[in-house]
Design a protein around this ligand. Structure first.
Ligand code: FRU
Length: 928
């Protein structure tokens, strides 16, 4: 699906960019079209230094501006014919379509103009002429004619007699030649009019101003100064004026140009007496050029009209020209406006194009977006249906996974339950075997061997079951470290002691090599016990007779760690075994070598919990070396993982299942077995028939036994018999062990009885629950009878010590300390009752029992259990102690005291007193 979308997007981008390119080209095309030049006109101007030339240029430009497709390229030759030649060549190089030229001088320019003309480029000659007729058209006034009119005019002005100074234009330029010729020609009609001096002013005011003072100096008499143009005439006037001679001469010029500092103004100001109009022809030249370029036929000679301007018509002329000037200005303004409009129009056109393009792009993109949306919608639909499918599949997988999880859990539960179930029969097997071993000591060696075999295999089975259960705990993160400070050296020594017998039997050199004599480490003693028993069991299993097993303790304080090693020279492992030594359930090449592989794997997990690691080096046939490294100190544990008190001494129940074989001694053979003369009564509440019987049988050797097969019967029997100790399973039909404990501990009649809970469950929580219910001890199955027996003994002994303490702690007001609140209260009430009735000999067991809400037997048992004496005996003891006190304190007679402490006769009092304190009350009174 994604691939499809990418392709669509790729195509989209291509279309988009292609389109934008097209639009850009189109726009470019439009703008190009706007600016495209259709014709280029080259204009070679001889000079642009004077107003007349400027007026010509202006006219041309104005005219050309109406034709934007035509470009006018102007070159200024600056009065140099050579430069004009070069410039014309340059214009040719620029591919001009037509040449307008106003030659500086005729001759020097003629060849290049002929060349241009012959190349087929139309040539318009303006104002000044060439020497040939190779040009397309000529524009200008007839200079010869102007010269003639001027001659005639001045002749008449001078009334047929006078002297003239002629200031000529540039030599070699056609107007200078023609004007001069026409002038002289005309003067022929006035024989008394003479040109006395010809001055070469080169059309320029500056030249005239420079040379004219000398000219004036030389000529003493002249009447009129005729200049070929107005500006030279003005120059002469200025010179004369400076000399104060301006009134001496008439001044006549040519051009009649309008505007300031030009002919018309000079006439109007009285500087010039007359001028002759010489139009620039700029407009005409452009009109002709356009016609020529548009292939229109044009006349070759385009002669412009001239006229005389003097004081007679200057006003009208000036008005007209001023009007023309103002109109021209208007035109220029309009032209400017037109240009602005045009510019605006161009901009608007571009804007319109842009808008059009944007609109088109929007349309296309809109279409494209709609198309994409549609396509996206389709893709989405497909994706959604795929999602639904995936969701369904996921749900199915979840259901399957859940079922699988349930099945696994069920399996594990079954597995755990089975393991639990295994423990009790295994305990029974082991116990029976112990018994049989005892009984058959004298029997044949073979029988003993068989029993040993049964025992070692049952132990092994038990060990495996326990290991499996540990794994289960590790898997469920329920295996928690509880590290406490221990002397590692002593700990190892204790464990080594367990293996001494087998070491000596197998003649194995079994040593501890250490670099410290005492090393405090923080370890979970139960876990380390398992680890070491496992490693040592393996070492002993695989080390042949006469071999060695070394345990090493190396403290590396600088590295803050300790290395514990177990090295043997036993069977060793192949490299493949070594690689998998710590893999769970790895069995090696044959079962013999490694067993189920559980032990090492479990050890590794337990070491990991200590933030340590285990490694092995081994060589087949040479032996193995296991190395455990773990940190010193306790910083690597969380506070919940620490148990501050030292428990260096192992509780045997913690390592019970690692021991392969232990020779249990018959209880009877033990020197500390309690005497059977006054046996205590034990109540065994256990639903497992075999275990109950076995316990009854074994413990029956030393105690009176009461049995109960379920919780309810157990509870009844407890109340009925008030035994000295109760052994009670937790998991019981009818009523569980915890409830039984709670009930008994909260009942005055039974609260003093020590209760020992017995169960297969080993979790900490259950132990805590058991203790919370008030149980005095908690023993997990499987257990060793020796341990159970010792525990019973110690509980009974504690009870006995308590009793002794209680009875010794009398006199009366000093109440004995009791663990149980109910017992404490009972003792308190009991003693108060005795004290209250101390003087009443009739108050005995029955009365007090009644007042305390107990039966006579219950009171008797309770008092016996707590204080170790009978009720009557206790009352008697209190009475005698009170009497003793009274003898010391008062002056009462013996008879009075006997009466006060509740003895019916003084004689009985004396006998009892003497029996208790080995002295008669009278003697005692005398002594004190
Ligand atoms: C300007 C000018 C005019 C004259 C013309 C002759 O440069 O000198 O005054 O009439 O040229 O070519």
């Amino acid at each position: 699906m994604l691939k499809v979308e990418n392709t669509c997007l790729g195509a989209g981008f291509r279309i988009k960019w292609g389109f934008i390119l097209l639009i850009a080209l189109f726009l470019q095309g439009c703008l190009d079209k706007e600016q495209k030049v259709k014709y280029k006109i080259g204009f070679s101007q001889c000079t642009t230094a004077d107003a007349w030339r400027k007026a010509m240029d202006e006219e041309m430009k104005r005219e050309i501006s109406f034709n934007p497709e035509i470009q006018l390229i102007t070159r200024d030759a600056e009065n140099s014919s050579q430069k004009q030649n070069e410039q014309i060549k340059e214009l040719l190089d620029e591919d001009i379509d037509l040449l307008i030229v106003s030659p500086n001088q005729a001759k020097p320019i003629t060849p290049i103009i002929e060349k241009v003309y012959k190349e087929g480029i139309p040539v318009i000659v303006i104002d000044r002429k060439t020497s040939s007729s190779f040009y397309t058209a000529y524009v200008g006034a007839d200079n010869y004619e102007i010269g003639k009119i001027a001659g005639k005019y001045v002749g008449e002005m001078l009334k047929g007699a006078g002297k003239i100074i002629e200031i000529r234009g540039l030599e070699g330029s056609s107007p200078a030649i023609e004007r001069s010729r026409g002038f002289s020609e005309s003067l022929k009609e006035f024989p008394n009019v003479e040109i006395v001096q010809k001055v070469y002013g080169q059309w320029e005011i500056d030249t005239v101003k420079q040379i004219f003072p000398k000219v004036i100096e030389g000529i003493k008499e002249a009447d009129l100064i005729f200049a070929h143009n107005d500006i030279m005439g003005f120059g002469a006037y200025e010179v004369c004026k400076n000399l104060g001679l301006e009134e001496n001469f008439y001044f006549v010029g040519i051009d009649g140009l309008s505007g300031p500092n030009a002919g018309l103004q000079f006439v109007s100001d009285g500087i010039l007496d007359a001028t002759f109009l010489y139009p620039t022809g700029g407009k005409k030249a452009i009109d002709l050029a356009l016609d020529i370029l548009n292939n229109q036929p044009v006349p070759k000679e385009n002669i412009l009209q001239t006229t005389i301007i003097d004081q007679n018509n200057i006003k009208v002329m000036k008005q007209q020209t001023d009007k023309i000037i103002s109109q021209q200005k208007d035109i220029e303004k309009q032209e400017e406006m037109y240009r602005n409009q045009l510019e605006m129009y161009k901009n608007q056109k571009v804007l319109m194009y842009i808008l059009l393009i944007s609109f088109s792009i929007s349309l296309i993109f809109g279409g494209y977006i709609l198309y994409s949306l549609k396509e996206k919608q389709e893709i989405n639909n497909v994706l959604q249906s795929k999602n639904r499918e995936i969701l369904q599949q996921r749900n199915q997988i979840e259901i399957i996974a859940q079922k699988a999880e349930e099945a696994t859990q069920a399996k594990f539960k079954f597995f755990t339950n089975i393991s639990h179930e295994f423990r009790t029969p295994l305990t029974l097997i082991l116990a029976s075997v112990e018994e049989l071993q005892d009984l058959t000591k004298t029997y044949s060696k073979q029988l003993k061997k068989d029993f040993d075999l049964i025992q070692s295999n049952a132990s092994r089975l038990l060990r495996l079951v326990n290991q499996l259960m540990d794994f289960r705990k590790i898997e469920h993160n329920k295996m928690k470290v509880l590290a406490s400070p221990n002397n590692l050296v002593q700990f190892i020594k204790d464990i080594m002691a367990e293996f001494e017998i087998i070491a000596s039997k197998k003649k194995i050199d079994f040593r501890l090599i250490k670099n410290v004599s005492h090393l405090e480490v923080w370890i979970d003693i139960g876990m380390f016990d398992k680890i070491l028993f496992n490693l040592l069991s393996n070492a002993f299993k695989f080390t042949p007779k006469g071999g060695f097993i070394n345990i090493g303790i190396e403290s590396k304080v600088l590295e803050n760690k300790v290395v514990l090693s177990i090295e043997d020279n036993g069977r060793g492992m192949s490299p493949n075994h070594v690689e998998h030594a710590f893999d769970r359930f790895y069995q090696g090449e044959n079962y013999e070598t490694f067993g189920t592989g559980l032990g090492l794997s479990l050890s590794r997990e337990l070491i990991k919990l200590h933030h340590g690691e285990i490694s092995v080096q081994s060589e087949k046939g040479k032996g193995s070396r296991f190395e455990i490294t773990f940190p010193l100190g306790k910083n690597h544990f969380t506070s919940a993982e620490l148990r501050e008190e030292n428990i260096n001494k192992l509780d045997p129940s913690e390592f019970k299942y690692f021991l392969d074989s232990t020779n249990l001694v018959s209880l009877k053979e033990n020197s500390s077995t309690p005497s059977k003369s006054n046996p205590s009564t034990l109540l065994i509440i256990e639903d497992n028939h075999e275990l109950r019987e076995l316990l009854a049988q074994k413990l029956g050797e030393c105690y009176n036994i009461e049995e109960a097969a379920n919780g309810k019967i157990g509870l009844d029997k407890a109340f009925d018999k008030v035994p000295d100790l109760i052994i009670c399973d937790i998991m019981l039909p009818e009523l569980n062990g915890l409830s039984i404990t709670e009930t008994l501990k909260n009942d005055l009649r039974t609260s003093h009885i020590p209760i020992m809970l017995l169960t297969a469950k080993t979790s900490d929580e259950q132990q805590i629950e058991g203790i919370q219910s008030g149980a005095d001890a908690y023993i997990t199955k499987p257990f060793k009878f020796r341990y159970l027996f010792e525990k019973i003994k110690s509980l009974l002994k504690n009870r006995q010590q308590l009793k002794e303490r209680f009875s010794h702690e009398l006199p009366i007001h000093k109440l004995p300390r009791s663990e149980n609140k109910i017992d404490k209260k009972f003792l308190n009430d009991f003693i108060v009752k005795i004290e209250e009735n101390i003087g009443d000999p009739s108050v005995g067991v029955n009365e007090i029992a009644q007042e305390l809400g107990l039966s006579r037997v219950q009171l008797y048992r309770k008092v016996k259990a707590l204080l170790g004496v009978g009720v009557n005996e206790y009352i008697k003891t209190i009475r005698l102690k009170k009497a003793k006190q009274l003898i010391q304190e008062n002056d009462l007679t013996i008879a009075e005291i006997a009466h006060k402490v509740g003895f019916s006769t003084p004689a009985y009092f004396s006998t009892a007193f003497k029996a208790k304190y080995d002295v008669s009350p009278t003697e005692y009174s005398k002594q004190h």
